[in-house]
Design a protein around this ligand. Sequence first.
Ligand SMILES: CC(C)(COP(=O)(O)OP(=O)(O)OC[C@H]1O[C@@H](n2cnc3c(N)ncnc32)[C@H](O)[C@@H]1OP(=O)(O)O)[C@@H](O)C(=O)NCCC(=O)NCCS
Length: 164
Amino acid sequence: MSSEKAAALFVVDLMQPGDLPEILAIEASSFRTPWTGGMFQDELQAPHARCLVVRAQQAEKARIAAYIIFWLVADEVHLHNIAVCVDFRRQGLARNLMKLMRDIALAAGAGRQTLEVRESNTGAITLYHRCGFVVKGKRPRYYDDTREDALVMWAEVRQNGHHE
Ligand SMILES: CC(C)(COP(=O)(O)OP(=O)(O)OC[C@H]1O[C@@H](n2cnc3c(N)ncnc32)[C@H](O)[C@@H]1OP(=O)(O)O)[C@@H](O)C(=O)NCCC(=O)NCCS
């Protein structure tokens, strides 16, 4: 880890339209088929969507280190997107964003959490397991680019924040 990384101060904030150029760069380096700017704009306007970023403050400059987008739908939360800039990975940012999603969802009365993940994305699957998710199903050939299966994962959380 560089000393520059160690000096970063991380702050969670609402995603703004002006963040999209930086977010699209992180998307491009994180996903085989990245979301487009239009897809992010749609999420920013969707009433059930919550769009958060982590800003890394380093030497008076702020960069986007990570983001998460999820939907609150009745008593469920659906994770739509999460990514961490390669410079800031393995520092717990994704795990903390997942905890924040859980807390926001619980405050809104949503204790059931779900997501889809590529079967080959072992890093993300490990993260989700550590956040209390278990595989409950599979969507065959869900991803158009590789025809890969999606794992459908769920977690149930009680009001005290502990996973069931
Ligand atoms: C998956 C991703 C979001 C993880 O972000 P991160 O901030 O590096 O993750 P964290 O530091 O919070 O990791 C928490 C734990 O998850 C697991 N984990 C995270 N990334 C991992 C990896 N690449 N390999 C194995 N385990 C991993 C580890 O158990 C880790 O704890 P540890 O560092 O103490 O071992 C990030 O690698 C990323 O942006 N990937 C590309 C986008 C993506 O795949 N998003 C998910 C789509 S479903």
